[in-house]
Write a protein that binds this ligand. Structure first.
Ligand SMILES: Nc1ncnc2c1ncn2[C@@H]1O[C@H](COP(=O)(O)OP(=O)(O)OP(=O)(O)O)[C@@H](O)[C@H]1O
Length: 232
């Protein structure tokens, strides 16, 4: 279980997160939604110690992570798929997924097993990463994360720039992969439809602060909140 309390994050002198508190239970799927610049990416990076300077509590399975480096967090089962996906262009889809072994060691799932879980990847498994569409790249990035058998997978705006038909497929595959492997999900998104398909509850972040916490029906019952923090 992830427990975050009083989390502040800074780039230089500029404070971007202010006293953030969230939890994600074992196997739970939770969304962080908010407008551009609200602090979603900064929050996920802060949880991995991958960029901003942070203070406050980040506790994972009862351990206060303090200044633990990212690679050790990965070994504890935390995994972040960043916005830019970081697919290797000169090796194939299957080899990109095989790279999960470097993060997870002997515990990683074989690429062939993971590819079966993502139907879109089956016909393109031998294609170089540099010749993939944005949607295919995102699918590979999620598959690679799943191959490392994370206990908590964090996805940073996976639908950005993707066609609606790909967004639908990605929603099905992300949810199914989490359910099958028991991985928890912390999803940063602006696409409310996608976030709702993949998760059971959400936090809204605005100007670096959590301004709403509840399940999706609770958001439906609060149209003023939706209008104030999520309308474009
Ligand atoms: N490396 C950085 N250095 C300085 N300021 C940054 C840096 N990265 C982000 N910021 C600032 O921090 C604030 C939060 O940005 P962040 O990327 O976390 O938002 P976001 O909710 O993920 O938005 P987006 O959807 O645009 O990615 C913004 O004001 C942004 O300009």
């Amino acid at each position: 279980m992830l427990k975050v309390e009083r989390l502040d994050a800074f780039y230089g002198d500029s404070q971007v997160l202010h006293g953030v508190g969230i939890t994600v239970g074992d196997g739970e799927r939770v969304a962080i939604v908010g407008r551009n610049g609200a602090g979603k990416s900064t929050l996920l990076k802060s949880l991995m110690n991958a960029g901003p300077r942070v203070s406050g509590l980040v506790e994972w399975q009862g351990e206060n992570l303090r200044d633990m480096p990212s690679f050790r967090r990965v070994r504890l089962g935390l995994s972040l798929v960043p916005e830019d996906r970081r697919i290797f262009g000169h090796v194939t889809v299957a080899e990109n997924i095989e790279m999960a072994r470097y993060a997870a060691g002997g515990n990683a799932l074989p690429a062939a097993v993971v590819i079966e879980r993502f139907p879109m990847l089956v016909p393109i498994k031998d294609r170089p990463g540099g010749r993939l569409s944005g949607g295919q790249q995102q699918m590979v990035a999620v598959a690679r994360a799943i191959a490392a058998r994370p206990k908590l997978m964090m996805l940073d705006e996976p639908t950005e720039g993707l066609a609606p038909v790909i967004v639908e497929q990605l929603a099905r595959d992300v949810k199914a992969a989490c359910v099958e492997t028991g991985a928890a999900l912390l999803l940063s998104e602006q696409n409310l439809w996608f976030a709702r398909q993949c998760t059971d509850r959400l936090y809204i972040i605005d100007s670096g602060q959590i301004v709403f916490s509840g399940d999706w029906p609770a958001l439906d019952r609060a149209p003023d909140v939706k209008q104030r923090y999520l309308a474009v």
